[in-house]
Design a protein around this ligand. Structure first.
Ligand code: HEC
Ligand code: CU
Length: 321
């Protein structure tokens, strides 16, 4: 239908179908109630049936119960259907391409694993799942792509994520959907969806373009996120306590920890993901790995969001699940 936004992701159709179900069943029940009321108003108006002849009804259990049951079934159908789709929307397929998003008043920074950075533009291939790992540098924001029917709040000091698989090449607008201050309404970006071959060419052209831009010199290739992370790892002195080859130091080796489940001092376990690594850097004493002393210093205020993303990219590159 023409009044509908383009359906440009694999989940857009499913979201619309559920929306339509809720809309049209609501319209139907509205009509049943309002038309029924009108019919009763006319049919049983005072003039036609004298008051003394009308029935005095105090209730009708069977009717009331059946209405309650029908409504309950209807709500449960909506709940179950919504839950099933929600689960799909929440779990990115394995092997999705990961891209970091940093929201700030009032723009979007995009960080690619290959080290490229864009502002207010997200370039993705068509037909490939993309997972965005997002954080905010200041206040709450929300990443909303209406054409894809995906939206996710972005929260400072933590990571939230969202995934989509674009099905239509072209440009799709991104809005911030959480009021974030004076220029909130101008916090816009574009998702540019390219055919897979064009996407590869774009990636390649980016490398050549950036290299050529360095005053004609044969500049080195831009560093990947993991390489930047390795540099920060060395510069910040992480390697004093952490090895990257699996051997034990003052702290646990960073090799292969991503996605692993680790035992903690005082009981309990934790699965190493983006948020746990971030917390380890900001508040190292909050969860102490079993068999280690709480000697790691906090890096609060010493690392930018981009640097933390790079460190996480580096730790991921050391293997893991
Ligand atoms: C003074 C030594 C020291 C330094 C410097 C240090 N750490 Fe740690 N780190 C530790 C110790 C000890 C632990 C385990 C105890 C804990 O969880 O707090 C740890 C835990 C961690 C964990 C959780 C690991 C796991 O297996 O669950 C991560 C991730 C981490 N550090 C990353 C870093 C990074 C990145 C840096 C540099 C920016 C760094 N550390 C600097 C000592 C250090
Ligand atoms: Cu915003």
């Amino acid at each position: 239908m023409t009044w509908r936004l383009p359906q440009a992701s694999t989940m857009a159709g499913a979201v619309d179908t559920l929306f339509d179900f809720v809309l049209w069943t609501s319209v139907a029940s509205f009509l049943i109630i309002v038309l029924g009321k009108l019919i009763f108003l006319v049919r049983f108006r005072r003039k036609k049936i004298p008051e003394k002849e009308s029935l005095y009804l105090t209730g009708h259990t069977a009717t009331e119960l059946s209405v309650a049951v029908i409504l309950l079934v209807w709500v449960m159908v909506i709940f179950y259907w919504g839950w099933a789709d929600y689960k799909k929307l929440r779990s990115a397929p394995a092997g999705a391409m990961e891209i970091n998003v940093i929201a700030k008043q009032w723009l979007w920074e995009i960080q690619y694993p290959d080290g490229r950075r864009l502002t207010n533009e997200l370039v993705v291939p068509k037909g490939k799942p993309v997972k965005l790992i997002m954080t905010s540098q200041d206040v709450l924001h929300s990443f909303f792509v209406p054409d894809f029917r995906v939206k996710q709040d972005i929260i400072p000091n933590t990571y939230t994520s969202l995934w989509f698989e674009a099905t239509e090449a072209g440009e799709h607008p991104v809005y911030c959907a959480e009021y974030c201050g004076a220029a909130h309404s101008g916090m816009l970006a574009t998702v540019r969806v390219l055919e897979p071959a064009a996407f590869e060419a774009w990636q390649l052209a980016g490398f050549l373009g950036e290299a050529g831009a360095a005053e004609g010199e044969a500049a080195s290739e831009p560093k990947s996120l993991a390489e930047k992370g390795r540099e920060i790892f060395m510069a910040k002195g992480c390697q004093a306590c952490h090895t990257t080859d699996g051997s034990k130091g003052l702290g646990p080796s960073q090799k292969g920890i991503f996605g692993a489940t680790e035992a903690l001092e005082g009981g309990g376990t934790v699965t190493v993901d983006e948020n746990y690594i971030r917390e380890s850097l900001m508040e190292p004493a909050k969860k102490v790995v079993k068999g280690f002393q709480p000697i790691m210093p906090t890096f609060k205020g010493q690392l930018t969001d981009e640097e933390i993303n790079a460190l996480i990219g580096f730790i991921k590159s050391l293997g893991g699940k």
